[in-house]
Design a protein around this ligand. Structure first.
Ligand code: GDP
Ligand code: CA
Length: 316
């Protein structure tokens, strides 16, 4: 089977997810790629509905993302933010002028009763994004981080306001029991030859998606390849390694593979972690050791190729 006949569903959070999704989008025909995005980070700020992971994925696929920050828009200006601050408005979450237009229009449409999946589809069309991007659900799900010092914190409170400093005890996804997969999600999984877990935070980016019962059920028995977000025991960005440590697990690519366990059949780990490949094999998971650090567009594309090669092997 050549790559171009593979139909792929990718599960993604923000930064790490968006980069691999972009690599996959560069080598697969648009009809063969559906990206299902975490919405557990979504929250309200300045009276606007913000969907950080959806926006990071869409801005990245559209070539509109800020490459330095990993969030927000390139060539951003901050007039609204500075004036909000002068007005005494909340200034712990930065929203640029270009970005704010996204949240204004999304909030207006949601208030009109349009589902998030439809708003996302319209934005994708407006921004020239060809693969299908779907929120995991149209209902609201809120990731809650339980911490030693401050008890339960709403995700962005923990992530942005407290800069991930409190010690993590656990996670809860409020509303997950009632959450149905967004329209198109189950069909995409059913039609997919394989599923990719992008190198996103396992605890707070991929797990919320997997905790929607009907998504988890649909994934059972599908070939799944995950890419490690942990390289040499560290994250490229964000708190995933810190979360593993605070939960009493030594952070490593192996810990990520164990975390996903029986839900994956293949696992991509970085060359610096090559010594862990045998242990992953012992888990009954097929390892692939390659460069997984995506610094350039070409890195994204090469990693996407590697993931598809692994999928061919696990599905052969
Ligand atoms: P967030 O929602 O913006 O926090 O983003 P994700 O959950 O999608 O991604 C966060 C994870 O991406 C972190 O654990 C990073 O280590 C990982 N990550 C970021 N860039 C890369 C990369 O180039 N390669 C790999 N393997 N992981 C990456
Ligand atoms: Ca996120």
């Amino acid at each position: 089977m050549t790559h171009h006949t593979l139909k792929i569903v990718a599960l993604a959070g923000g930064v790490g997810g968006a980069k691999l999704a972009d690599g996959l989008a560069r080598i697969l025909p648009p009809d063969n790629l559906t990206i299902i995005v975490n919405t557990g980070d979504d929250f309200e700020h300045w009276g606007l509905k913000i969907c950080p992971d959806l926006d990071t994925v869409c801005y990245t696929l559209a070539g509109l993302a800020n490459p330095e920050t990993g969030w927000g828009r390139a060539e951003e200006t901050w007039q609204v933010f500075e004036n909000m601050r002068q007005n005494g408005g909340a200034d712990w979450f930065r929203i640029g002028d270009k970005d704010v237009a996204t949240h204004l229009e999304r909030t207006r449409r949601l208030k009109e009763g349009q589902p998030l999946s439809q708003v996302t589809r319209d934005f994708c069309r407006a921004w020239g994004i060809q693969p299908t991007v779907l929120p995991m659900t149209d209902q609201s799900v809120a990731t809650i981080v339980d911490t030693v010092e401050q008890g339960e914190l709403a995700f962005q409170e923990y992530f942005v306001h407290k800069r991930c400093e409190p010690t993590v005890k656990g996670f809860r996804f409020d509303g997950i029991e009632q959450a149905e997969p967004a329209p198109g999600v189950l069909q995409a999984i059913r039609e997919a030859d394989a599923v990719v877990f992008c190198p996103s935070n396992p605890w707070v980016s991929v797990d919320p998606i997997l905790n929607i019962t009907r998504i988890r059920t649909a994934l059972a028995g599908k070939p799944v390849a995950a890419v490690s977000p942990i390289i040499g025991g560290k994250t490229v960005k964000g708190p995933a390694a810190k979360m593993f440590s605070e939960l009493g697990i030594e952070p490593s690519a192996l810990a990520v593979a164990r975390h996903y366990g029986e839900s994956i059949s293949g696992f991509v780990l970085d060359a610096v972690d090559a010594h862990l490949a045998d242990k992953i094999q012992e888990l009954g998971i097929r390892p692939l050791v390659v460069n997984t650090l995506m610094k350039t567009t070409s890195d994204r594309q090469l990693l996407a190729q590697d993931v598809l090669h692994l999928i061919e092997r696990v599905t052969a």
